[in-house]
Ligand binder design. Structure first.
Ligand SMILES: [Zn+2]
Length: 490
């Protein structure tokens, strides 16, 4: 249909900031006082990254290259590396890296697993968490300490320095997502026999660390100690999701056992709080109840479109997301927000969080002009590589193709959304578009982009509560209509 072709063209023109720069796989390097990311390339089934990008933030750096041989100087150490060679030299020491150095767009790439050894030669201690793609340089790693301070009431996670995780709560779980903080853990998981807390899990994935605390009741998290601690407690309301009826905020019993007990003896308390180490990678087989993951696009440092001095896309997406959550809850459907504050999240983080929690539906919200009403997008998956020289994909599940198995259900959802919006007299149409992170979502997934009600409406109408409410009602009805269809095949 011509309209849809036009819509795709519009998206391509207006959604460019959404498009990720093909650096899906990344290594996060944590050095004292800084953290930075290196893009990873797969070469012969090994992960490679630029050596200059690794070294240059670590001190005074110079490089010279000629005929495939690179000289790197970091502070007072000089090294020589040659394209196509394993043999290299740092200072006076000859060394073999595990696989040959390669040239990519004029940059020298070395295997990621060679990096700790090379850093050591350049004078830095280094520790690589290969599976999670995190590299700790010097004393950058900061071990997290978890302690149930008051049994049945609060669990405190403390850090040696201030941290800034993205915090999301999901029923009985709290997720803390660390992108720049060099947090490390001493086990993969801890089981608690506490009344409230059952488990703490630590996950490292694609340069990101996540702590997941699970309890027997809805949990909430608060930063304390000037940002150096996070206190997890029972959430102040029965299921934060049931926002429909404002229940009394004091559902949580006040600390009944809080007779003024001095915290002197309890430090060496018996088993109840003693964490129990579990096997690495113990399989988690718990089935996940159906829920909708709502992704208010943009946020934090990344405002999205600026419609006026006061009207930012990131605020519109959040307020609409909250309305949609309420409307879904009213229909008995659990819904979570990927951010419920002004957090900055990357597209990768959004996809990782959605997939890790096994969302039943993912819906991303944008606001954008021109046009009118609501555009509904499903993933435009890249065509299968047919070129003769297509790179081997390596042993990893293709991150940018996770949506492939869900596309038909995503389209079912999009069709339902367009129909319900239409019934509510909101202009709407659907199209396929290369919007991030749709391709990476392992669930029925759509993105909606909200424009003003009419092409000649004032721009302020984007933020009008009544307009947003009508969209939220229609979208929630559309999801409720197809939920059964989408869910039965999970
Ligand atoms: Zn946007």
């Amino acid at each position: 249909m011509p309209w849809q072709v036009a819509a795709v063209a519009l998206v391509l023109a207006f959604a460019l900031p959404l498009l990720h720069s093909a650096e899906d796989k990344k290594l996060t390097v944590y050095a004292p006082g800084k953290a930075y990311e290196l893009a990873i390339s797969d070469v012969d089934k090994q992960e490679y990254a630029s050596l200059a990008d690794l070294l240059s933030p670590l001190g005074k750096f110079e490089q010279h290259a000629a005929l495939g041989t690179f000289h790197f100087r970091l502070n007072d150490k000089e090294g020589e590396f040659t394209q196509g060679k394993k043999l290299s030299r740092v200072g006076t020491v000859q060394l073999l890296i595990p696989a040959k150095a390669v040239l990519d767009h004029g940059r020298l790439l070395v295997p990621v697993r060679a990096m700790p050894g090379l850093l050591e030669r350049f004078g830095f201690k280094a520790d690589l968490h290969a599976a999670g793609r995190r590299l700790f340089v010097g004393d950058a790693g900061e071990r997290v300490n978890l302690e149930v301070k008051k049994p049945g009431e609060n669990l405190v996670i403390s850090f040696p320095a201030v941290v800034s995780p993205a915090v999301t709560t999901e029923g009985n779980r709290v997720h803390l997502l660390f992108t720049k903080d060099p947090v490390t853990f001493w086990a993969d998981s801890i089981a608690y026999t506490d009344k409230l807390f059952t488990q703490a899990k630590f996950i490292e994935q694609n340069g990101i660390a996540e702590v997941v605390i699970t309890g027997n009741a809805p949990l909430a998290a608060n930063l304390t100690d000037g940002g150096k601690s996070i206190s997890i407690t029972a959430a102040p309301q029965v299921a934060a999701a049931n926002s429909a009826a404002p229940t009394a905020t004091s559902t949580v019993a006040p600390p009944v056992t809080a007779t003024p007990q001095r915290p002197t003896a309890p430090v060496t308390t018996p088993q109840p709080q003693l964490p129990q180490l579990q096997q690495k990678n113990a399989p988690t087989s718990a089935s996940v109840p159906f829920f909708v993951m709502i992704d208010p696009s943009h946020g934090g440092d990344e405002p999205g479109a600026r419609f006026s001095d006061k009207l930012l896309e990131k605020d519109i997406t959040l307020s609409l997301a909250r309305k949609l959550r309420t409307e879904l809850n009213n229909r008995g459907i659990t819904a979570l927000l990927l951010r419920d504050n002004d957090a900055t999240l990357t597209y990768d983080q959004r996809a990782v969080a959605t997939n890790a929690r096994r969302a039943g539906i993912y819906i991303s919200i944008h606001a954008g002009m021109p046009g009118s009403g609501v555009r509904v997008y499903t993933s435009l998956l890249p065509a299968e590589p047919v070129e003769k020289n297509a790179k081997p994909r390596g042993p990893f599940v293709p991150w940018d193709n996770a949506q492939a198995g869900y596309l038909a259900r995503s389209q079912t959802l999009a069709t339902s959304l367009v129909a319900e919006l239409g019934s509510a007299n909101i202009t709407s149409a659907s199209a396929a578009a290369p919007l991030l992170p749709l391709n990476s979502i392992a669930a029925p997934a759509v993105a909606i982009e909200v424009a003003t009600p009419q092409t000649d409406s004032k721009i302020d109408s984007l933020g009008a509560p009544k307009y947003q409410q009508s969209i939220a009602v229609a979208a929630a009805a559309a999801i409720a209509n197809v939920r059964g269809k989408l869910e039965e095949r999970r």
